[in-house]
Design a protein around this ligand. Structure first.
Ligand code: F6P
Length: 379
């Protein structure tokens, strides 16, 4: 019998988080289940910082609202938490039992974890400790395994596409090459879909290390055909063949979560293009506008579906799963399967392992279509 559930939103925010919270709370209340929200993800769980959610009060008017009303944190790994010892040295401790005690004291029957790969890895680890958990796949990067789509992704693609439309007119007016750096971490989904939707000429993604000669050949070919401008989309995790990913900053000694901050490849690609073609080239890094603000209708609907399905699963007593959406149908996959992929290579619990994510496969339909219509991937 389900009496109390709790929600946490962890990792970087994504449009649709509040819409998921709203759906969970509505379905919970309809079934006489109390809903709580832990503040700032796993941090709130550790600090026992929570609020009661009420669809007529603090959880009202959420459908269109960006961000998350219960806050998010992407630097708390309770299974590997940095604390100073008596000598002032940072030591990493497993504080998950403290979280379990907090959940027990509040009487939580099921925890909903709204997050990406790292969040779901910690969720799996909690399920191993006996907690009932249901994960909901959130990330603009669309890189969670076992689901075709995560909420927030389509809004990010819309923002990137609008940016490309705007870059097109200025590129054409000035006969320039315009580079747009988009997010996505180690997967190129935002780049690929916005390149198709925005009519880009070149698209560089992490899954296909690029050869600058090929990129330049494409731009020169357009020049010869009298098209005096080119549009290049670069995913933040793209890398040259025989080169490496461009890291803006590494935040700690590698034991924390999401410690690698990507960024800067757009600027590098723009400089290379300018040097190699002689064409005026400019870079725009789109940044956090991709994940801020209101979700588009697609994401409002998907978030509502995810939230409602998650509560349904909880009411049926089906725990330790991730809600999924494949071929237009809601379902679920075991958390163990989702985060256990390539376990042996994966980094510490809670961190974003490059190997645990859904990347673009070589035979991906959209990739093939993009190639068919002449988009160059630098290979
Ligand atoms: O995972 C979502 C995401 O927005 C990535 O696309 C990006 O690399 C990262 O988060 C940035 O995260 P942070 O909030 O740590 O800067």
């Amino acid at each position: 019998m389900l009496r109390k559930i709790a929600i946490l939103t962890n990792g970087g925010d994504a449009p649709g988080l509040n819409a998921v919270i709203r759906a969970i709370v509505k379905v919970a209340e309809k079934n006489n289940v109390e809903a709580y929200g832990f503040i700032e993800g796993y941090k709130g769980l550790l600090e026992n910082n929570y609020i009661k959610l009420d669809s007529n009060g603090n959880a009202a008017g959420l459908l269109h609202r960006g961000g998350t009303i219960i806050g998010a944190s992407n630097s708390t790994n309770v299974f590997n938490f940095p604390e100073k010892d008596e000598n002032g040295q940072v030591v990493y401790k497993d504080l998950s039992n403290k979280c379990m005690d907090n959940l027990k004291a509040l009487g939580i029957d099921c925890l909903f974890t709204l997050g990406g790969d790292g969040t779901q890895k910690s969720a799996r680890d909690f399920s191993v400790k006996g907690l009932n958990v249901i994960g909901i796949p959130k990330t603009i990067d669309n890189d969670v395994a076992y689901t075709d789509v995560t909420f927030g992704f389509n809004t990010a693609v819309e923002v990137a596409t609008e940016a490309l439309d705007r870059l097109h007119t200025t590129a054409a007016s000035h006969h320039r090459v315009m580079v747009l750096e988009v997010m996505g971490r180690y997967a190129g989904w935002i780049a690929l879909e916005s390149a198709i939707a925005g009519g880009a000429d070149v698209c560089l993604i992490p899954e296909i290390p690029y050869d600058m000669e090929k990129v330049v050949a494409k731009i020169n070919e357009r020049q010869k055909m009298g098209k005096g401008f080119s549009i290049v989309v670069v995913s933040e995790g793209a890398k040259p063949k025989d080169g490496s990913i461009t890291v803006k900053r590494t935040l700690d000694d590698g034991k924390g979560v999401d410690n690698v901050r990507l960024g800067g490849i757009g600027e590098k690609v723009a400089m290379d293009i300018e040097n190699m073609t002689g064409m005026a080239t400019r870079n725009t890094t789109l940044g956090y506008v991709q994940r801020g603000g209101s979700p588009i209708p697609y994401d409002r609907i998907l978030s509502t579906k995810f939230g409602s399905k998650a509560m349904e699963l909880a009411l049926e007593g089906k725990f330790n799963v991730l809600v999924t959406y494949n071929n237009g149908h809601l379902s679920c996959a075991s958390l163990e399967d989702v985060v256990g992929m390539n376990k042996e290579i994966g980094a510490a619990s809670g961190s974003t392992a490059e190997t645990n994510i859904r990347k673009i496969e070589k035979d991906n339909e959209e990739l093939t279509i993009a190639r068919n219509i002449g988009i160059c991937f630098g290979d």
